[in-house]
Design a protein around this ligand. Sequence first.
Ligand code: C5P
Length: 243
Amino acid sequence: MNRRRRVYEGKAKILYEGPEPGTLVQHFKDDATAFNNKKHDKIEGKGVLNNRISEYLFQKLGEIGVPTHFIKRLNMREQLIREVEIIPLEVVIRNVAAGSLSTRLGVDEGTMLPRSIVEFYYKSDELNDPLVTEEHITAFGWATPPELETVMSLALRINDFLSGLFLGVGIRLVDFKCEFGRLWEGEQMRIVLADEISPDCCRLWDIETQDKLDKDRFRRDMGGLVEAYQEVARRLGLHVDNP
Ligand code: C5P
């Protein structure tokens, strides 16, 4: 059994105290949830795939100079990360209309957006993660104006890079959610990419067939989620043992 101190348990991940001060172990569970936990299931192998895919994407982003919390993968389900102070925002970047944008604004799913759109949602389960504006964020002090500027420019860089990376393997990055944190190094603070980037928090469509290779398969009861995530891993050239 796990005797490490549990720092936080979320819907799909657990954070444990890490081996060194300032580090945490991020554990990927097989739980799948949607609609703020109203729909919940366990999908064997999902955690292993997300751990591997997120590791790969964070490493690639690190290589192009995007600062991240990622240190190294420890095993099939766990990675070592730096402890950060999470900025309570879900940052969503959209390239193609889908999901809540289509519902909210009546834009047909699949419509290419004239440019990438960045949205902010306030992280609060009780409030169902409401859409908020920069005015709310800075007025309520969730992030300062310069922090928000950094978040915005990092989010767009991440989107540019990942869009190209996925396009190279025949996948359209329709939209994705990412989170950022404050990493303190003495008196110095840097904003870094945190959490995960995996098919759980992206919409990924096959360029040719428009097949969904992401968590919409679970949200929309389409089945074949693990096979879809495996396909993403395979195209990225990742070997995942018995997910
Ligand atoms: O549902 P919506 O269209 O707003 O989702 C936009 C993107 O953000 C999708 O890729 C979805 O997977 C992701 N997302 C997420 N976690 C949430 C809300 C959305 O990963 N709580």
